[in-house]
Every structure is written in structure tokens, then in C-alpha cells.
Write a protein that binds this ligand. Sequence first.
Ligand SMILES: [Zn+2]
Length: 541
Amino acid sequence: MKYKGFCILLLIVLLAHNGHAQVFTQQDSLRGSITPERAWWDLTFYDLQLKVDPDNKFIEGSNLVRYKVLKPSLLMQIDLQQPMKILSIFQDGKPLSYTSKGYSHFISLDKPQQVGDLNEILINYSGNPREAIRAPWDGGFSWSEDANGKPFVATSCQGLGASAWWPNKDHMYDEVDSMAIRVTVPKDLVAVANGKLKQVHEQGDSKTYDWYVTNPINNYGVNVNIADYTSYEETYAGEKGPLEISYYVLKENLDKAREQFKQVPLMLEAFEYWFGPYPFYEDSYKLVEVPYLGMEHQSSITYGNKYQNGYLGYDLSGSGWGMKFDFIIIHESGHEWFANNITYKDMADMWVHEGFTAYSENLYLDYHEGKTASSEYVVGTRQNIRNDRPIIGPYGVNKSGSGDMYYKGANMLHTLRQLLEDDDKWRNILRGMNSEFYHQTVTTDQIENYLSEHTEIDLTAFFNQYLRTTKIPRLEYKIEEDTITYRYTDVVPDFDMPVRIFIGDTSHWIFPTMAWKSDKLPKASQMVVDMNLYIQPKRLN
Ligand SMILES: [Zn+2]
């Protein structure tokens, strides 16, 4: 039981990364909303160049921002967090001035910005970036060492924001269409970023690794990992053809990696079945060892689960099934579909990433271990639900809702699968979402409407209940001879989710509302409420 306590503690750390109820500042709004200084231009491309000096924990570089003008304006917002400093900003070779509010910088452009034009600005910057306090939840740069004392360095910045280490439009609604990431490091080290490695140049005692991402990418998905890596490759025969896979690990862990990472093709097989083709074939799939637990960096999943199954060796579900897979390989890779392919516009809707991805863990089990395993796992993860705050957070301030977005989100989706009673239809819906919202940023309304439309069930009250309140529907019932009398309490108006019950080997549906109802059912006294539905059954007599 001590182990369980430990694992839940870790999970709470994982879930609580955005803190509790708080007062929002002007900086929160500048960061979390689509300000007028952001709205007029559409990102198309970043060319990020970065020189990393591990000895001095110092970085310097530049970001070229290419954008399309949507509306004429001469004031542009770019974010870069202290202690990083902007050195200079240019457009068409001419220096530009700017004013700063906290870490949001407002650049005065000279050149008229005409609708439809593709323009560029170049921002030079440097500094000792914020060190990660508890990566990846409280991120920044992690400066570590391998067994030989060589630098082992990684970035993580979900929530915190990519502007902690490079200047950009730090809001999730707008993504570049493609991105270059060029990283210069001491020549005995390897730098791994997102996408594919195009070339390596050596100059003096350093090397520059040119990586290129050909697909849209969100800011926190961008990462740089530096170590004396060794690597190996394989090709996966996937739904869209051959998918290149590369593994970058510390030399001391190569043998363990070759064994543990056999789960990657198993993951791809399960997730392509449930969600459709891996969304970034052109950019390959990589699993990269880092000195922290892991993160869903796009096409460059980072891994620090110490080559063991479970979540650092523990089963988050308490069912035993959580030890059948490496939590970080499966969970973080699940995010390629839900976070990197379908991305929230506002962090308040983060359940779109974490609810579906926590749910993906049991679909992995469903594919490889069967339906009972998957049900026991997802039902088991209810032990992590706190019902402290609603899953959906406050909008416009870069804040997420409750950590219940993970396992309450997963159980909500598992409940929805039961209501459909048609796994083919459910699978087509999950696959359909990944093609409908392919490489897009979305709102929860788009996802909720898609699910209502394609399940052909009005899910308005269902989502209001689970995403916007902390109450779990309570099914009160009484059994008298062959009659069951029941109703819901603790529900939002119009909540009328049907409930499957079992009597012996046969299942029946009952249709509770807030008003008492009665059904006549032979042998009602033997009735059992289906555990797969996330409700609280309470017999009153
Ligand atoms: Zn996650």
C-alpha cells in the first residue's frame, strides 16, 4: 500500500501542475488570450537557431518568424520570458524597437503590413534559461549528466510555455505550418529535436544539427535534447506505408532500450487501429531518452521511465493491468493523436489532450489484452479521481482545469463507449475525429459537437455533467419484488443517461431522470449495475 500511496503522490504532482484557484494577472491575460497584437497575423514558419553551452548553462540564438498578414497593423506581440533577453529585432534588415509588459514584447513595425503579405521578423536573443524545477511539470532546461559525466540536457515547457527558452507567439491557437530547428552543441554531443535530421555540420569544436518539421507543430511540442546519444532505427509497416522510427538513448542504456522499446511497434499497431494513421509519417517517430519522466514532444516523444513497465514501476489502476505496458511509451505516444494532431486552442480545454490520452491507455490494453483487461484498467484508474474542480478550466488565462481531466476524462469516454454498444461505430468515431480535425487546433465545443453528431446522441447534458461540474451522477434505487424504482440525483438539468444493469446473464437498460420511475423486471433483486458506467449506484432499501 505504501507503493500505491507513492504512485498516487506522483500522479498528483503530474495532475497539479497548474495549481489551484488563483487571481489572474495582466500577464496571464497577455499570455492566455488572443490579443489584438496576435490576432492580425497568422504564423506560417519558424526557423529557430540555438547554440547551447552546457558548461555555462547558457543559450544564444535567433528565431525567424514568418507570418501572413490577416489585417493591417503595426504592433506585434512576441513572448520571451526572463531571464532570457532579446538582443535585437529586424524586419527586412532594419532594426525594430519594442516595449515590454512582463514577458510580452510589443514590436513596432515600420513597413506597412498588407493583407495577404508573407513577412518575416528576426529576433536575436540569449541568456541562462530558467532551469526546470521538477520537469516536466515545472519545466525549463534540465541540465544533467550521463554515467560518464557528459552533459545530458533536455527542455520541457508544457504550461510554462515555449517562451521560457525561445521567442515566439506563445499561444496554442496558432501553429506554424512547418519549422526548422538548428542546434549547435559541443562536437562530442548529439542534439535531437523534432522532425527529421536533414544534416550535421561540424565547425571547430562544435556541431550543428539541422532538424526539420514538415507538419504543423504546437509550441510546447518543440524540444531540444542533448547528450552523447547512441541511436538505432527500424521501419514500421503502418497504415500509411513505411514509418521511420529512431531511438536515441544513452550508451549505457542501449541494451535495456532494445528490449523495452519493443513496445513501440505494439503501440503503433494498437493506436493506428483505434485512432487511424500515425499523424506525422513525414516527420518520422522518435523515442528520445531524457533526464525527466517524459513528454509528448511531437515526433520526438521523450522518455525517462527508467526502462520498466507501469508509471515508474507502479500501476496507476491498481488492477494489475497497468504493469503490462510502459506508461510513458504508451501515454506520451497516445498524445501524437490527441495533443499533437488534435490540439487545444485554449489550455482550459486540456481534457482534449489528457482525457483522450488517458483513455488511450485502456484501448492499448483492449487491443493487446482484451476487453476485460481494458475495463478493469480504466475502472481501476478511478482511484485517482478527486472531483475537486471541474475538468474545464478558466478561459483566456493559460490555465487548465482539474487534473481529473486524465482519469475522469478517460472514464467519461469509457462510459460513452458503453452507451453506444457498438465498438465499430466507436472506433470509427475516434478515427473520424483524427481525420476531421487533422493537424488542427480545436475548442471543446468542436469535440463535443462532433461526438454528439456522430454518436447520434445529444450529449449536451452528459458533457455538462462530467466536464463542467464535480458531481458524479448518483443512481438511487429501491427493489421491491420484481419492481425497481430509481432516479438520478447530483445531476445537471436534463441529464438522462441510460444505465445498463445485469440480471444473471442478461442485460437491460433503464432510463433514469431526476424523477422517480419504476420498471418491472423479473428477478430484480439480483440486479447489478454495470461498473463500466461512471456513476454512483446507491440502493436505498
Ligand atoms: Zn498526458
